[in-house]
Every structure is written in structure tokens, then in C-alpha cells.
Write a protein that binds this ligand. Structure first.
Ligand SMILES: NC(=O)c1ccc[n+]([C@@H]2O[C@H](COP(=O)([O-])OP(=O)(O)OC[C@H]3O[C@@H](n4cnc5c(N)ncnc54)[C@H](O)[C@@H]3O)[C@@H](O)[C@H]2O)c1
Length: 326
């Protein structure tokens, strides 16, 4: 059986209804789907409904899809019952490899043929998780960020035995539900965003462990510094602007030698011609026709917008803490 067209899906099953499974349920409900959840914890249903209730005002602010309702959430008493009529399954059970292997095999047995089953795993490659399933071809990773009902990114990647059509289907489906999808063409532990977060995190831990910086200084260095730009412009384009009108090429000529300096414990790659050219053409692609001046204007406006939205413009009253009426 082939899965329905992504745009024709009306029923989604969420297995594991904790922080992430509950967040996915809230996302799909807000986008107008019927959501069936299953979780072995007897307290799960009340926790899930509390999570959805807490998320709902934010989702209303974002704008609900037509027909979206919390009443369209059902909690099934069994895994088999939850999956019997699923048109898409999102697994968000605890991050334990054996548990994921067994669970994905059970989900595969309980779900109609051809229906795609995605795992929210934070780092296991699907190749390692799909070992027990009778039909591993429809199992893939759909890695979200917390909370899945607000953060758009989902990283989609299959395992060695995943059908590339299932990966393409999942990417289109998530896109239909309003997610921002990155489809990876190979498995990489931690995917993309967690590798980047982890590099920062490990360096932060090193600095605290060595007394080089306090927790407060580390957090402030991001929220008062580069974090303001990263909300709307990625680290590569941001650095391209550090090269002025010469862009990434000038940035690499100027700061390339710093790669040899001990600015981080993470070893730097060799800045050979291939990497140099890859960064320069990658930035040109990411700029998508915008000139350096366009990007500078966009960055400056973005920083102002973020500062304003978070009550940090000079003289701006802090929202929720009184201040002059406007
Ligand atoms: N928390 C995050 O920020 C985050 C972000 C992205 C991805 N993830 C991934 O999402 C998954 C879930 O993480 P979480 O943070 O929601 O954990 P959680 O502990 O909040 O929720 C896990 C839920 O799974 C249920 N569960 C236990 N055994 C189960 C089983 N055999 N079958 C189905 N459900 C079972 C638990 O009762 C619980 O409700 C993990 O794979 C995690 O790596 C987490």
C-alpha cells in the first residue's frame, strides 16, 4: 500500500507523550489534524492534556488551522489501537536504543502498510534502530526541537534500509504541516543542529570546568552577542558580513590563520582550496541574490527587531514589569 498524499493526511498518531510527543501532538492538533496518542504511563493522558492546554494560547496567537481543536485529541489504551488507522506515526519514546528498536518493530507491525513512521530521536542513526522491524523501509528520523509546536525545524534522515521515497514523503508531509525541513542525505550522529549546539555546549563546559568563565558570562556572551544575530541569520552568512564587501572570501583570507590559534578545544579543519571555495559558493547560494549591503540592512533590522521584541532597546520598558504606558 502507498501512503496517502501528504496533503490528504488527516490522522496522525503520536507514540510517547512526554515533552516532545506532547509537543508534537499540540503541533498537529493546531494544524487541524485528528491526533491519537499512546503512552504506557498511566499518568500520561492527564500530563498530555495539561501540556496541550498550556501550549494552546501560544498556538492561538500563531493562528490555528481551520477546524483545529483540542477535542480532536484521543488517547488510545493500546499501541495497536493507536496505530490501526494511522496515516503517519511520530515516535517520541525515551532515548534508549533497545527500547527504540523494540518499539519501532511493534509500531511497524501495528501500522497499516506503507504508512511512514518517524522517530524523534536526538541522535541515534535510524540504521541502528530499524534492525528489528519487518519493514524497515518506512522508518526514518524526524528530529524536532523543543517545543515542536513553536520551533519550526525538523531534520529528516533515513537509515541504510529506509526507502528514499519514504524520506521524501516525510519531508513533504512535515512541510505541509508548517515545519521547516532539512532533509539530510546521510546519517550523521547528532544530525546538524545538535552537532552545532553540542560544540558550543562542550566549550562552555570546558570554560566552566577550568574557571575560565562563569555560567552567567557564558550565557550573556551569547544573548548579548552572537545569539542576537543567529535568530534570523545563520553563522556562515553572519561571518560573511564580517568580511565586508569582500564577503566570505575576504573573511577567510583575513581570519583563516586564526583557525590555527587555540580559540577553542575543537580541532579546526584544514582550510584547503576545496573548503575555501565551498564556503564562498555556499554563502553566495545562501545569500540568494542579496548583495552585501542588502544583508547588512537585513541583519541590522533583525537585531533591532529582536532587541525590541525582548524589551532590550535602550529606554524600552520591560514587558510585564510595568513601565510607561504607550
Ligand atoms: N527533550 C528534548 O528537548 C528533545 C528534543 C528533540 C528530540 N528529543 C527526543 O524525543 C524523544 C522523547 O524525549 P522526551 O524529552 O519527550 O522524553 P520524556 O521523558 O519527556 O517522554 C518520554 C515519554 O515516553 C513514554 N514511554 C516510556 N516508555 C515507552 C514505550 N516503551 N513506548 C512509548 N512511550 C514510552 C514515557 O512514559 C514518557 O511519557 C527522545 O528520543 C528524545 O531524544 C527530545
Amino acid at each position: 500500500m502507498t501512503p496517502p498524499e501528504p496533503a490528504d493526511v488527516t490522522r496522525v498518531t503520536c507514540v510517547g507523550a512526554g515533552v516532545i510527543g506532547g509537543g508534537w501532538a499540540a503541533h498537529f492538533l493546531a494544524r487541524g489534524y485528528d491526533v491519537t496518542a499512546w503512552d504506557p504511563d498511566p499518568e500520561a493522558e492527564s500530563k498530555l492534556r495539561r501540556l496541550v492546554d498550556a501550549a494552546w494560547p501560544a498556538l492561538v496567537q500563531l493562528g490555528l488551522a481551520e477546524g483545529a481543536s483540542r477535542d480532536r485529541l484521543t488517547v488510545a489504551p493500546t499501541l495497536e489501537g493507536a496505530c490501526a488507522e494511522a496515516q503517519f506515526v511520530q515516535e517520541s519514546a525515551p532515548e534508549q536504543l533497545d527500547l527504540k528498536r523494540d518499539l519501532l518493530a511493534r509500531l511497524d507491525a501495528a501500522t497499516p502498510p506503507g504508512v511512514v513512521i518517524a522517530s524523534s530521536t536526538s541522535g541515534y542513526p535510524m540504521t541502528d534502530m530499524q534492525t528489528e522491524a519487518a519493514d524497515p523501509s518506512r522508518l526514518l528520523v524526524g528530529h524536532p526541537f523543543n517545543p515542536p509546536y513553536l520551533i519550526p525545524l525538523v531534520e529528516v534522515v533515513g537509515g541504510e534500509r529506509t526507502d528514499p521515497d519514504a524520506v521524501a514523503w516525510a519531508a513533504r508531509f512535515y512541510d505541509t504541516t508548517g515545519k521547516s525541513v532539512i532533509t539530510m542525505d546521510r546519517e550523521l550522529p547528532g544530525f546538524i543542529a545538535n552537532r552545532l549546539q553540542e560544540a558550543l555546549w562542550r566549550e562552555a563546559l570546558h570554560m566552566v570546568a577550568n574557571g575560565e568563565a562563569t555560567v552567567r558570562e557564558i550565557d550573556d556572551s551569547i544573548t548579548e552577542g552572537p545569539g542576537l544575530r543567529w535568530a534570523f541569520m545563520g553563522p556562515c552568512l553572519t561571518f560573511a558580513l564580517a568580511g565586508g564587501e569582500g564577503g566570505m572570501a575576504h573573511m577567510l583570507d583575513h581570519f583563516g590563520p586564526s583557525l590555527k590559534a587555540p580559540w577553542t578545544r575543537l580541532e579546526a579543519p584544514e582550510l584547503d582550496r576545496k573548503l575555501y571555495d565551498g564556503m564562498v559558493t555556499g554563502c553566495a547560494e545562501a545569500a540568494a541574490g542579496r548583495s552585501s549591503a542588502d544583508l547588512v540592512a537585513e541583519r541590522d533590522q533583525g537585531v533591532i527587531d529582536v532587541l525590541r521584541a525582548t524589551g532590550r532597546l535602550p529606554g524600552q520598558p520591560v514587558p510585564g514589569r510595568g513601565g510607561a504606558p504607550s
